[in-house]
Write a protein that binds this ligand. Structure first.
Ligand SMILES: NC(=O)c1ccc[n+]([C@@H]2O[C@H](COP(=O)([O-])OP(=O)(O)OC[C@H]3O[C@@H](n4cnc5c(N)ncnc54)[C@H](OP(=O)(O)O)[C@@H]3O)[C@@H](O)[C@H]2O)c1
Length: 360
């Protein structure tokens, strides 16, 4: 299915399911930049922000509608298919059966949450730990209990199809994806609070470690799979090579913004009782603050020659993007006054206790 382009690069005919969201649009741009012909399949609700769009074909369709692939993609074959938006075993079932015999590669966007629904994983978390036994159902799981289980089901379906030689599968598992335009606004949550000069209230001691990953590195990693045929049959963690505790992250971010905020730590159990600390979707405060979660990058470095962009380099761009224009409120910012009041009360009670101890 592959053919040689006259420039000497190996041009592929690639389908991206999704294609216009944060992660998938970065991938599509990367594939276009590499000279590939790209077809995107989505419902057409978002803009097409691409450069080089003359090699882009857009197919409108809703994968949640039965028979959508058959109707819109009948008779089509691809060198590679990226499924960027499968969230259930049923969706991956449909994709696996439809693309059987129609693609040379099938690359699935998974998540590190597949590990974080188990208590039985050991850091640095290696790819083989994705099937560790499930933890007892924990509705407050900061990695998303339902989400992690459903993404495991997607993988299970795909690995079965791979093992039965029906689909040549590669799986990538990104951690917190970040950068300009991140719709989850995780960094902006802290940037907006650092910028206002008020204290930063943090759940727990801020010592647990985590990794983020820059959107451009994710796009590069996903695209680089095509250059490495031996990545078929393998899964890869995709994360930044630098790891941070929340305290280190906040101090780095603040120093890059020229600020020095007071950081107030409230024990997690007490923090959980605060009315503004959670919403129906889970924790308001971004990043997991409940355990260390560090992912091994040995496999992706070895097989895909992956190197991540230095944190300060990409974060400088990200800070600029979020702060140069009015970006509206971050999660929970409408209750910032309560947050500040709580931080001040907490600081006062700690100070009162210290004075009592000194006097007692
Ligand atoms: N964000 C993170 O930190 C993170 C971390 C780890 C893994 N992930 C994984 O990243 C993927 C999501 O990335 P993303 O949020 O940036 O989104 P995205 O991959 O860019 O996906 C959104 C795209 O899917 C299309 N779409 C949505 N529903 C559709 C449907 N029913 N039928 C056809 N097309 C549909 C959207 O266009 P229309 O709306 O126009 O249809 C848009 O093109 C997921 O697989 C998630 O598990 C994310």
């Amino acid at each position: 299915m592959r053919f040689q382009a006259h420039e000497g690069i190996s041009v592929m005919n690639i389908l991206v399911i999704g294609g216009t969201g944060f992660i998938s649009s970065a991938l599509v741009q990367r594939l276009l930049d590499a000279g590939h012909s790209v077809t995107i399949f989505n419902r057409g609700r978002r803009a097409l922000p691409f450069i080089g769009a003359e090699r882009l074909e857009v197919i409108r369709g809703d994968r949640s509608v039965k028979g959508a692939f058959e109707r819109q993609l009948r008779g089509r074959v691809f060198d590679a298919v990226y499924d960027m938006i499968a969230y259930s075993g049923a969706e991956s079932e449909v994709a696996a059966s439809f693309f059987h015999g129609k693609t040379g590669r099938f690359i699935h966007c998974s998540t590190v949450s597949v590990y974080m629904v188990s208590t039985d994983v050991r850091c640095p978390i290696t790819e083989d730990q994705a099937r560790a036994p499930l933890m007892e159902y924990w509705p407050g799981n900061p990695f998303g209990m339902e989400y992690g289980i459903s993404k495991r089901k997607c993988e299970e379906v795909l690995w079965n199809a791979h093992d039965e030689k029906l689909l040549p599968v590669t799986v990538l598992r990104p951690t917190f994806v970040s950068g300009p335009g991140d719709p989850t606004r995780r960094d902006y949550f802290w940037m907006q609070r650092i910028a206002d000069g008020g204290p930063l209230l943090i759940p727990g001691t801020g010592e647990y470690r985590f990794q983020q990953v820059f959107i451009r590195d994710v796009a590069l990693a996903f695209a680089s799979v095509l250059d490495h045929r031996d990545s078929i049959g393998h899964a890869y963690n995709v994360a930044g090579e630098e790891e941070f505790s929340l305290l280190e992250y906040l101090r780095t971010l603040a120093s890059m913004m020229g600020k020095n905020p007071v950081i107030v730590s409230v024990p997690q159990e007490q923090f959980d009782q605060l009315s503004f600390s959670s919403n129906p979707a889970g924790d308001v405060f971004p990043f997991n603050t409940r355990c260390t979660a560090i992912f091994s990058l040995d496999a992706i470095q070895r097989d895909l020659e992956y190197r991540s962009t230095p944190f300060r380099q990409w974060m400088a761009k990200t800070i600029l993007w979020w702060t140069e224009l009015e970006r509206g409120p971050s999660m929970g910012y409408d209750r910032r006054a309560e947050e500040i009041q709580c931080a001040e009360k907490w600081m006062k009670s700690v100070e009162d206790q210290r004075i009592q101890t000194l006097n007692g």
